[in-house]
Design a binder for this molecule. Sequence first.
Ligand SMILES: [Zn+2]
Ligand SMILES: [Zn+2]
Length: 249
Amino acid sequence: MDDLHKIARAYHTTANEESKLQGKIFFERMDHDGSGGITIQEYLAYMKRKRYTKMANRPFFDYLNKSRTGKLDFMEVMTLFYIIKSGRKICDGCGGLLKGTFFSCTDCFANDDESFNLCSKCFTERKYVHPHKHFLDNYIILESMKVKLEEKEKKIRKMEEKIKQMEENEKKIRKMEEKIKQMEENEKKKGKKVEEKEKKIKKMVDPSKQTGASNAIVLYNPRRSPNVRANVLQAVVAAAIALSNCTIM
Ligand SMILES: [Zn+2]
Ligand SMILES: [Zn+2]
C-alpha cells in the first residue's frame, strides 16, 4: 500500500490544474461536514452512494488511512482518487487492492461491472466463493481477449462483405425486374396495336358493315398521321382484294 500512496502523491503533485481541481472536488463531496477529514461514516456513505461497493468497507478504509488517525486526510483520499481513476481492481476474495499478476474469471471478464478478480494468494488457496470455474491471469486473459477480438473483427468483416454482395445481387434483381416489366409493357402495346389493326382490317373486310371502298375513302383522312394513313391504305387494298374475290366467285 505504501507504494500506491507514493504513486498517488506523485500523480497529484505533477497533475495539471484541472486534475487537481477534480481531486479537490472529490474530497469535498466526501467531506460531508466540511471538517477537512473523512470519517468512516462519511467514507462509507460516499462509496455506497457512488456504487464503489467493493471498496465500501472498514478494511479498505483502514488500508487508505496510512496515518492511522481514524480520519482520511486529503492525500489519503487522493490515493483513493488515484485507485478509482486508474481502474485498479480489488480482490474479490480478501478485498485487497490487486497489484501485478492477478486472476480473473473468464466468464465475468467481459462484464466490467461484474468482473471477478482474485489476488494470487486467494486464488491458489481457493479463498473465494464464485459460480464460475475458469480463471486466467490478467496478462493471459488480455492476450486471449485480443485474439478473440481479432477473430470477431474478421467475422464482422466477412459478414459485411456478404451483406454488400447481397445488396448488389438485389440491385441486379431489381434491374432485371424492371427490364421484364418494360418488356411486358412493350408487348402489351404491341398487342393493342395489332388488335387495333385487326379490328380495322375486319371492318374493311366485313361486307355486311361496309359498302366497299367508299368506307375506306371516308377513313382516308390526309390529316391523320402517316402511320394511320398506311394502315388505311393497307385496309383499302385488303378490301379491294376481298371485293374482287367476291366478284370472281
Ligand atoms: Zn485476495
Ligand atoms: Zn465469473
